[in-house]
Design a protein around this ligand. Structure first.
Ligand code: ATP
Length: 223
């Protein structure tokens, strides 16, 4: 039976690239309005899971539901209409456009973004590709502020960023969570993730190997 309280629901999902199977039976529930952090060593399959959720690659077996809707075969534009917003690894901003031009492409209220991230306002004429990693992640995050998503999936939120920037981004994560957005965040650091996550799960070798219990994450090892 489908539970509408489970905003993201994966049941025994398998997926990979050609004949290489990466996800080997992943089951995961993210309840509506909660934050789940997904941890795991390099190559575990975290980005692959994000790609399945965002419709970039198909599950070869199992089921993916978003808000109770079966979305295994839904293309990315349909997923976006269903309220899904993905910030992929690499952030998917246009490096050769200015900050203002990037925001215009997101078709939303740039002022809202500038209020939240004054640093972006100060740099609105700068080419996005010439900004620091943290500023680029702020710009990528703007999509989540502008498009008012129901579900936000972020790959490698704090990758390579200074702690002060990470803290600023997690403040926004907290605000979005309080406004009812459901989030799945791929994170490298258990400490960072545990500060805001309602649930922490660990993936190793394409399977969820530990969940929810932070003690398991810290002491069970993530490599
Ligand atoms: P990281 O933390 O290093 O980003 P990850 O947990 O996100 O790792 P994935 O990027 O999902 O891991 O990769 C899982 C496995 O799938 C790896 O062995 C990787 O080499 C392989 N893989 C990823 N993308 C492709 C692809 N396009 N073609 C073939 N294999 C791929």
């Amino acid at each position: 039976m489908i539970d509408l309280a489970k905003m993201i629901e994966l049941s025994d999902v398998h997926a990979g690239y050609g004949r290489i199977e990466v996800l080997r039976g992943v089951s995961l529930n993210v309840p509506r309005g909660t934050v789940t952090a997904l941890l795991g060593p390099n190559g575990a399959g975290k980005s692959t899971l994000v790609k399945v959720l965002s419709g970039q690659i198909r599950a070869t077996a199992g089921h993916v539901h978003l808000g109770g809707v079966h979305v295994n075969d839904a293309p990315p534009d349909e997923l976006a209409r269903a309220g899904l917003c993905t910030i992929p690894e690499g952030r998917a901003i246009f490096p050769n456009l200015t900050v203002a031009e990037n925001l215009r492409l997101m078709r939303g209220d740039a002022e809202l973004v500038y209020q939240r991230f004054p640093k972006l306002k100060a740099r609105h004429r700068q080419l996005a590709g010439s900004m620091s990693g943290g500023e680029q992640q702020m710009l990528a995050f703007s999509r989540a502020l502008i498009t008012d998503p129901a579900v936000l999936v972020i790959d490698e939120l704090s990758m390579g960023l200074a702690p002060v920037i990470v803290a600023e981004l997690y403040e926004v994560v907290g605000e979005l969570a309080r406004s009812g957005v459901t989030m799945l965040i791929v994170e490298q650091f258990a400490e960072t993730a545990s500060a805001v996550a309602d649930q922490v799960v660990v993936m190793t070798h394409g399977e969820i190997s530990a969940g929810s219990d932070l003690a398991t994450v810290y002491f069970g090892g993530t490599s």
